[in-house]
Design a protein around this ligand. Structure first.
Ligand SMILES: Nc1nc2c(ncn2[C@@H]2O[C@H](COP(=O)(O)OP(=O)(O)OP(=O)(O)O)[C@@H](O)[C@H]2O)c(=O)[nH]1
Ligand SMILES: [Mg+2]
Length: 445
């Protein structure tokens, strides 16, 4: 059973924590004070909880924000008791500026953050992973996360780091400086994070919109999906990939990350969930439809079109009543494009516990069988990373907003360095992909 510490940073990160823990408590039958609601021998709570002498489960969770409001709201809400043990809040936010998060905010709260991380990691018996949650669009999520990751890698250089990051969508930009924040963060952290799960709010919105309309919430004026709805979808991913360790004897997470990331620089991965229906829906889901739906682009939680490019590796976490899926995988291998040189192809695990939803999201269907698909795909570079780079270069050409970053302690040259460093990484990946393809071609002859 892997033991994981969650570190949630900035508004998006901290708000995501609420959804994540509601879902974990629901799945593991633990109340929001940490007390078990049932005694279930087959559930192992130790992945995300420590138990104290009173039998209370303490969340392995650190909440960090540059300002107090978001954390205060969480502490006053229903999850306050569960999430209040390790919280660090500064006095003022980073105003969507990476440099402010990285320097000013870091000066204020990095020391306390590291103390809390050390304290918690000493209690956790065998720490297997740090799991970060944040948005790269804001100043704290991008800048402070970068600074903390650098400090963390000095001390905990043996503990793998996974991140669940809300990245800027290709359209509908929320924060004008998000290309800067994302590229600057990405350029400094691409070697520090082992596996980066990528989410776009636009994709989460598209998936939820028809379901929320069908729900027709009477108490809300707005029928659109909210952050709470979107965060629930995100939380199903870390809950899903850890399900094997929590409910079965397996622990696929380390293997999964190794298989999905054949080269350290190809470490951004795309999650998808199927099926996602309203609970009134009566669409039958058999094993074949489950897997074919999972390979449609509109099941992805980020904006990629998987019909372009090729899959590099895929991990499938089946949940519920699923038989050995060899034939389904054979069908996928024959009908979907994979890079020819990566032998891992499809890996999978089955957890007999199906996907369930915590009560706030009970309007989503709980099918007999479900699937979390995690994939590495060549279009992640072409459609996600390259597009952010283009937006970054456009802003940089006009030197827009640079003075804010310089005022907060950055040097102008760092913008060019970040762009060169990320472009270098992209070129390297391109070379790897081409070389690997050539190599395979030679081999075939
Ligand atoms: N999915 C999701 N996205 C969020 C949430 N809250 C904010 N965002 C998105 O995150 C981006 C802004 O990042 P924030 O997390 O608010 O920024 P921050 O890290 O707190 O940084 P500063 O506020 O600049 O200090 C915007 O694109 C928002 O749309 C949330 O709860 N869920
Ligand atoms: Mg904020």
């Amino acid at each position: 059973m892997p033991e994981i510490i969650n570190i949630n940073i900035g508004q998006a990160g901290c708000t995501l924590a609420t959804s994540f823990w509601k879902q974990i408590c629901h799945e593991e039958d633990i109340d929001f004070n940490g007390m078990p609601l049932k005694v279930e021998d087959e559930v192992r709570h130790g992945t995300f909880f420590q138990q104290n002498s009173l039998g209370q489960h303490i969340a392995q969770q650190i909440l960090i924000d540059s300002e107090e409001d978001v954390i205060d709201e969480i502490l006053l809400g229903s999850m306050g008791n569960m999430l209040g043990n390790f919280t660090i809040a500064g006095k003022e936010d980073s105003s969507n500026c990476y440099a402010r998060g990285k320097f000013k905010v870091a000066k204020e709260i990095r020391g306390d953050s590291m103390t809390n991380i050390r304290r918690l990691s000493e209690v956790v018996g065998h720490l297997d992973q740090f799991q970060f949650f944040y948005s790269t669009c804001g100043g704290t999520g991008s800048g402070f996360t970068t600074s903390l990751l650098i400090s963390l890698s000095d001390i905990f250089n043996k503990v793998p780091i996974t991140s669940h990051a809300v990245m800027p969508a290709n359209e509908n930009q929320d924060v004008v400086t998000e290309p800067y924040n994302t590229v600057l963060c990405q350029a400094e952290t691409h070697n520090l994070i082992h596996c980066k799960y990528c989410y776009h709010n636009s994709a989460l919105y598209e998936l939820l919109d028809p379901i929320i309309r069908q729900e027709g919430r009477v108490t809300k004026l707005d029928l659109s999906p909210t952050f709470a709805d979107m965060n629930h979808l995100v939380s199903l991913v870390p809950c899903g990939v850890s399900a094997g360790g929590r409910f079965e004897a397996g622990d696929c997470m380390k293997q999964m990350n190794i298989n999905l990331v054949p080269f350290p620089k190809l470490n951004i991965i795309a999650p998808a969930i199927v099926p996602l229906y309203h609970n009134k829906s009566r669409v039958p889901v058999n094993q074949h439809t489950l897997i074919t739906e999972a390979f449609l682009s509109n099941s992805e939680l980020c904006d990629i079109d998987t019909f372009e490019g090729r899959y590099i590796a895929v991990f499938l976490m089946y949940r519920g009543n699923v038989r050995m899926p060899f034939n389904n995988h054979k069908f996928v291998r024959n009908s979907i494009d994979f890079v020819p040189w990566c032998p891992t192809g499809i890996k999978y695990e089955i957890c007999k516990r199906g996907i369930t939803h915590e009560p706030d999201n009970a309007f989503l269907s709980e099918p007999e069988r479900g699937l979390i698909k995690i994939s590495n795909h060549t279009t992640i570079l072409t459609q996600i990373v390259n597009k952010i780079m283009q937006r970054y270069e456009k802003l940089l050409e006009r030197r827009a907003f640079i003075h804010w970053y310089v005022q907060e302690g950055m040097e102008e040259g760092e913008f060019q360095n970040a762009s060169e460093s990320l472009q270098g990484a992209l070129d390297e990946v391109d070379t790897i992909l081409n070389k690997a393809a050539d190599f395979n071609g030679d081999d075939d002859e």
